[in-house]
Ligand binder design. Structure first.
Ligand SMILES: C[S@@+](CC[C@H](N)C(=O)[O-])C[C@H]1O[C@@H](n2cnc3c(N)ncnc32)[C@H](O)[C@@H]1O
Length: 335
């Protein structure tokens, strides 16, 4: 049944596209980095203006096919790198006239529908969940990691209330058989027999697994800091998030470094906290009802953005604030 899906025919609808475009358009006439190229929905729209160039990045090599079509169509205005956005500072060439860096986090519809990637609980067979350029898979996590570590991952990254019992059952089940996607769903269903909500029983555990398999926390923290450092003053950072952990990180970065609330007026200027961003919208921008009804996958999207005002070499508050999440992500080093 799964094999009949033709991925070429699966279309990803770019989320909050008009909003992203109207935010960055005052800065048109330079290069934008699309850190999450996917099917190129954002890049295509930005390239409609002939004075813009795009450097696109995606960790998933399936994006290469569309990227190659873009290279043909816009030979002097488009380039693509199959790297992780945390590696943005290792780009081999200097990016000239950089105006903005855009992140549209999460997964494209094509990736979710790709059963070989196993991102969804409707997938079959060996657990995977790798987006691309990964060190581990969900199979490694579920079939090799200890009970305590699994419980912690489900609790922190999935906010799964039954994390302890689910991990206990995983350990016992895998004594007889390698756990595959459908086994994991069965185990979760056996714990959460009654369905009171519209969301699938396995949603939270699957979210937690996707986060650790793809190192989403360190990717985001390093991606944001390294992008900030690459961006010239006056450039813009635009970030669309899809789950609350991502949004907390982005919100903290933009808010904490755009106000001087905690600085004492008695501190010498050299010790005052530097204001790094100007925020034009304090609240996140979210999809309207029409977009949500046309594209239900957009319902949890939140867009935040900031204009860079100053350079900074030290993001110690950001790193300290989310260190507990990095510690949980690092539990997978044990597999
Ligand atoms: C929601 S999709 C982007 C869709 C795109 N804006 C479009 O209009 O087609 C997210 C993309 O980001 C990529 N991605 C996620 N995390 C990444 C990372 N750390 N580095 C590079 N690409 C990443 C995924 O592979 C996926 O293709």
């Amino acid at each position: 049944m799964n094999a009949t899906i033709k991925l070429e025919n699966v279309k990803h609808f770019p989320v909050l596209l008009n909003e992203v475009i109207s935010i960055i358009s005052p800065l048109y006439g330079g290069t934008f980095i699309d850190c999450t190229f996917g099917q190129g929905g954002y890049s295509k729209k930005i390239l409609e203006n002939k004075s813009n160039k795009i450097l696109a990045i995606d960790r998933d090599s399936s994006s290469l096919k569309i990227a190659n079509q873009f290279k043909k169509k816009y030979p002097n205005r488009f380039d693509f790198k199959n790297i992780k956005f945390s590696e943005i500072s290792n780009l081999d060439k200097k990016v000239n006239n950089l105006r903005g860096i855009i992140f549209d986090l999460g997964y494209s519809t094509t990736q979710i529908k790709d059963h070989a990637k196993g991102l969804s609980f409707n997938s079959r067979g060996k657990l995977n969940m790798k987006m691309g350029l990964n060190n581990i898979s969900a199979d490694d996590v579920i079939n090799k990691l200890g009970e305590k570590e699994l419980a912690k991952i489900f609790k922190v990254f999935g906010e799964e209330k039954n994390s302890n019992i689910i991990s206990k059952k995983i350990i016992s089940y895998r004594k007889n058989k390698n756990i595959e996607t459908e086994d994991l769903v069965k185990i979760i269903n056996s714990v959460k027999r009654k369905k009171f909500s519209k969301i699938h029983n396995a949603t939270k555990v699957f979210q937690a697994l996707r986060i650790v398999v793809n190192n989403e926390i360190s990717e985001l923290l390093n991606g944001l800091v390294n992008s900030f450092n690459l961006l010239p003053i006056g450039g813009i950072m635009v970030i669309v998030t899809f789950h609350s952990i991502e949004d907390k990180i982005v919100k903290f970065l933009l808010k904490n470094y755009s106000e001087n609330k905690n600085s004492s007026r008695y501190l010498p200027p050299s010790m005052e906290k530097k204001i790094l961003f100007r925020l034009l919208d304090k609240k996140p921008i979210i999809p309207n009802e029409k977009e949500i009804s046309n594209n239900p996958a957009s319902r949890s999207a939140k867009l935040r953005y900031g204009i860079k005002l100053n350079n900074n070499s030290n993001f110690s508050e950001l790193k300290k604030k989310f260190n507990h999440l990095l510690e949980v992500e690092n539990l997978t080093n044990k597999v």
